[in-house]
Write a protein that binds this ligand. Sequence first.
Ligand code: ADP
Ligand code: ZN
Length: 218
Amino acid sequence: MRLVLLGPPGAGKGTQANVLSQKYGLLHISTGDLLREAVKNKTPVGQEAKKFMDKGELVPDEIVTQMIIEKFKHSDISPGFILDGFPRTKRQAQILDQALAELNLPLDMVLYFETGEDTILKRLTGRRVCQNCGYNFHIVNIPPKNEGICDYCSGKLYHRQDDKEETIRNRIKVYNEQTRELIDYYQIKGLIKKASGDLEVEALFSILQKIFKETRLI
Ligand code: ADP
Ligand code: ZN
């Protein structure tokens, strides 16, 4: 199964990608996670990307597409993959199409998580992320068993720099200006399936499973 998860920040793409990748043995590729890893390791790419990420702007297309192409080259993507947070611009989508066409591994589906602004703000302000494995928790919705500690690897949880209200508002604006048009882009290709990003983790996951069954992806 080869999927793209599309939707505004806070739609629950990362959380569903975690659940789906475990359940179906798919590779979870998150450009946000890859970029944060590069920032943490202070690589040249990380240092460049940080300037954009801290403001809630998009990192330039060349940087992220290069990163994805490298990831494809060095991973076994034959069991399938979930792209989470990529593509985010039309240019990125075109480069992705081309790369997948060359590999003869076209996308099966683009899941669009339609999400209200209230949900987005509540989720992102309460989000806590594991410093070590990147797993996402939420102080109210998905609390860790022990406060501030990851359930899976005992790593420390932190509040993302770009999860401040002011930066969140800019990320929503950037999404509306640069990413939203991808819904049409994929609609024309007949790949879009819509689900509500306002739903809780389990409820949304059941809906996704229903979609996969209906379309015979599982
Ligand atoms: P969210 O979906 O909650 O906004 P991500 O972890 O996906 O969070 O992204 C965090 C930041 O990383 C973005 O605001 C942006 O600066 C950068 N980023 C991630 N993916 C991309 C991408 N495909 N293109 C450009 N920038 C990206
Ligand atoms: Zn962890």
